[in-house]
Design a protein around this ligand. Structure first.
Ligand code: ATP
Length: 322
């Protein structure tokens, strides 16, 4: 392994910069040249590739986003696009690739490996935490902390006015941000895409709370919930016309911001171990964290499975907020 490259792909996540920094500096320490690829697979196909030095990653560990930029690429979804990507790697004599991204990025990586045998190590980088083979994904911790801070502020005003707030948080396919921010803020209900929403149950709960004069409610809804925050707002307002009901979408603020200490440390560990794995000739693996240890799992198995959501934690929401 003489020369490797690193890219970030899919949605950006706070902590990606810490991983890039660790990849660059670990490679240089081991006398491996390292190239950066801007804009993920799109940049790879378009030859947006440049050599990186240690000082290129100075002063980035504390920054959100990704200094390598990220993008989604339709072209990479095609056999022809991936052939172009492999050609660029060959042209630059790149013998290995570190891919920091989510489930989709890893599916693409599996195809690149199957078709062109490019040695690849994946690093899970997504705020949604919807990747199996790891307890941790880069950005999740920061995103949950951001959601918690925002929901706490909303609770202050909800309490002052005796209002019910329905707060939509990120998570198109996964409810981890909703579940964890909901528990941390004492939400009365959490609705996640992994479970079919029982609206009747939510209505009954509010009815019961109204009768016992519990007037402040926070319902945290993942954006991918089958019923959805907006529809729920309408249903509740019709059922309880006397109640003050508000709907708030936290949106992209959950992606940004300086990464938490936890994201910085774990992302650094994964970047460091990804390079060691490539150096040892390993490939087609994802570096994840299981029980606080870095573990390598086959990428093709990781993309086949889904993280399941914990029923215990969902039950806990109801009990602890009663
Ligand atoms: P996030 O979880 O933050 O959305 P992601 O990696 O899952 O991150 P995607 O947009 O799904 O984000 O994937 C990133 C890129 O990976 C896509 O733009 C595409 O180029 C490539 N990709 C995704 N799925 C596939 C696939 N099935 N085959 C080939 N390439 C894919």
């Amino acid at each position: 392994m003489k020369r490797i490259a690193v890219l970030t792909s899919g949605g950006d996540a706070p902590g990606m910069n810490a991983a890039v920094r660790a990849v660059v500096r670990t490679a240089i320490y081991h006398n491996i040249e390292v190239y950066g690829i801007r804009y993920g697979y799109k940049g790879l196909i378009e030859d947006d590739i440049f050599p990186m030095r240690s000082r290129d990653v100075a002063n980035i560990i504390q920054l959100g986003g990704t200094m390598l930029k990220t993008a989604r690429s339709k072209e990479f979804m095609t056999v022809e696009g991936r052939a172009l990507a492999a050609e660029q790697l060959k042209k630059h004599n790149i013998d290995g690739l570190v891919i920091i991204g989510g489930d989709g990025s890893f599916k693409g990586a599996c195809k690149l490996y199957a078709e062109h045998q490019v040695p690849i190590i994946g690093i899970p980088g997504t705020i949604d935490k919807d990747i199996s083979g790891t307890d941790y994904t880069i950005g999740f911790d920061t995103a949950v902390n951001t959601a918690v801070e925002a929901i706490d502020k909303i609770r202050d005003t909800a309490a002052a006015h005796d209002r019910l707030f329905i707060i939509e948080v990120m998570g198109r396919d996964a409810g981890y941000i909703a579940l964890n921010s909901g528990i941390a803020t004492g939400a009365e209900s959490v609705l996640v895409p992994e479970r079919i929403t029982n609206v009747e149950r939510v209505l009954n709960m509010i009815d019961y709370d109204q009768k016992r004069k519990k007037n402040v409610h926070i319902i945290v809804v993942a954006e991918g919930d089958d019923f959805g925050a907006e529809a729920l707002t309408h249903v509740l307002q019709n059922k309880f016309p006397e109640m003050e009901i508000r709907h708030s979408v936290l949106g992209h603020m959950q992606r940004g911001g300086s990464p938490s200490y936890y994201d910085r440390v774990q992302a650094s560990r994964l970047g460091y171990h990804a390079v060691l794995a490539l150096k040892e000739g390993k490939s087609q693996l994802m570096a994840g964290i299981i029980n606080n240890e870095v573990k390598l799992s086959p990428l093709d198995e990781v993309v086949k499975k889904h993280q399941s959501i914990d029923d215990d934690l969902l039950d806990m929401v109801k009990i602890l907020s009663s």
